[in-house]
Design a protein around this ligand. Structure first.
Ligand code: GUN
Ligand code: ZN
Length: 436
């Protein structure tokens, strides 16, 4: 239906969202077994029980979506340049970077390679129901242009920023000056375009000089709208090398703190090996952790301590961390988060896992006013899940409660359960192959 040049459309189906952490706000679980989502020009304008709401919109074109409708997933940490090197055998973090990842990232000196990979990467996100992400590209400024151009084409909400790594290997190192001027130029070039946002992205403490970490802090101070995105306390050998290089720092987080990199717009990937002091400082500053359970398992990094983070009130989201992560699916990642948490006797609730994969990630990335909850006023990015996508899932969910169905989707599900992905109310991925 068109109303004064605007398009308005209804979606009828089973609606589920968790807009706040149910650990603290159990009433944040919002569920309509027969719901109606009304979308005008890509924005949710009404949501509620179908029978109650439909009468308010006479003549509304309504599409019936069979399946469970949840907000689009938000990947809080992923590397697009590593997608072709997922499942690389043999090493923990530092050797894996040297042997597999740095050579792969060197290939992004070629803009055409970056363009091709960025397109394939974003299509893979959509196939997995992921509509927003905070993304590591490479050191090359044009790797950000390639990703942002492809994201603009798809109207996706994507955050990224060129990697700063002046102490990186030959062929993959910038300098203090080039890192600063290229970051500055990218921020100015992309500010306000589409649904994109910039993140100042020092790779990690070991690949930047003190002078470059200082530049990262200066960029954040100059541009209060950007995020800080880096890795923190992932692997024991990495932590030992950081302690060795920065003997005056209280811990790994304190290294970043000394350069002005810890604030409420900071997103740190992993945080597997954190002191209580660091957790308290994260909570106090409003910074958060992108928890990456499949990567932590794949690289032998360890298990994130949800209990420790919760005791301090640290903000968290979920990241796939492909290519160290083994799947683009945030459902599968949520299932592994459950297993990681349980290894410390802390059974992650499936509604909380859904929150972390949607509104929790949105809050971490400072986009929760726009996406994550399918609430009126938010952008209509959502996913249609098929609880019968495989014979086993169909049997397990046939007579299950909502909580058990959601948990089964997380433990048994992956890209196969993503029937459709919608961006701003438009179908961007259809398993049947007819996306607009
Ligand atoms: N630490 C520094 N760089 C990387 C990377 O590319 N992947 C992961 N998992 N950790 C890192
Ligand atoms: Zn990473």
């Amino acid at each position: 239906m068109t109303k004064g040049g605007m398009t308005i459309h209804g979606f009828r189906g089973e609606l589920l969202s968790v807009s706040r952490d149910p650990h603290h706000h159990p009433d944040a679980i919002r569920y309509e077994p027969d719901g109606l989502l009304v979308v005008e020009d890509g924005i949710v304008v009404a949501r509620g029980d179908y029978m109650t709401l439909a009468g308010r919109f006479p003549g509304l074109a309504i599409e019936h979506l069979p399946g469970l409708i949840v907000p689009g997933f938000i990947d809080a940490h992923v590397h697009y340049a590593q997608m072709d090197h997922i499942a690389s055998h043999g090493e923990q973090l530092l050797d894996w970077l040297d042997r597999h990842i740095f050579p792969a990232e060197k290939a992004f000196a070629d803009r055409a390679h970056a363009d091709r990979t960025a397109s394939l990467f974003l299509d893979e996100l959509l196939r997995n129901g992921t509509t927003s992400a905070l993304v590591f590209p490479t050191v090359h400024a044009h790797s950000v242009d390639a990703l942002f151009d492809a994201a603009l084409d798809r109207n996706m909400r994507i955050l990224s920023g060129k990697i700063l790594m002046d102490m990186g290997p030959e062929g993959l190192a910038d300098t203090v000056d080039s890192g600063r001027s290229e970051s500055d130029a990218l921020i100015r070039r992309w500010r306000g375009r589409g649904r994109l946002g910039y993140a100042v992205t020092p790779r990690f403490a070991l690949t930047s000089s003190d002078a470059q970490l200082q530049v990262a802090g200066a960029l954040l101070a100059d541009h209060p709208d950007v995020l800080l995105h880096t890795h923190l306390a992932e692997n024991l050998r990495e932590c030992a090398a950081v302690a060795d290089r920065f003997p005056a720092a209280q811990d790994y987080l304190d290294v970043y703190d000394r350069f002005g990199l810890v604030g409420d717009r900071s997103v740190f990937a992993h945080g597997v090996h954190l002191s209580d002091r660091a957790c308290a400082r994260l909570a106090q500053s409003g910074a958060g952790i992108a928890v990456c359970p499949s990567s932590n398992l794949f690289l032998g990094s360890g298990f994130f301590d949800f209990g420790q983070a919760d005791a301090h009130g640290v903000r968290i989201g979920l990241g796939t961390d492909v290519g160290a992560g083994t799947s683009f699916s945030l459902l599968h990642t949520a299932g592994l988060a459950y297993q990681a948490a349980l290894s410390r006797h802390d059974p992650l609730d499936p509604f909380r896992a859904l929150y972390l994969a949607t509104a929790g990630g949105a809050a971490l990335l400072h986009m929760d006013d726009r996406v994550g909850g399918l609430e009126p006023g938010q952008e209509a990015d959502f996913v249609l899940l098929d609880c019968a996508a495989t014979p086993l899932l169909a049997r397990r969910t046939e007579h299950a409660t909502l909580a058990d169905r959601l948990f089964a989707l997380q433990i048994l599900g992956d890209d196969r359960v993503i029937a459709r992905t919608y961006i701003l109310g438009q179908c961007a991925w259809d398993r049947q192959g007819t996306a607009s």
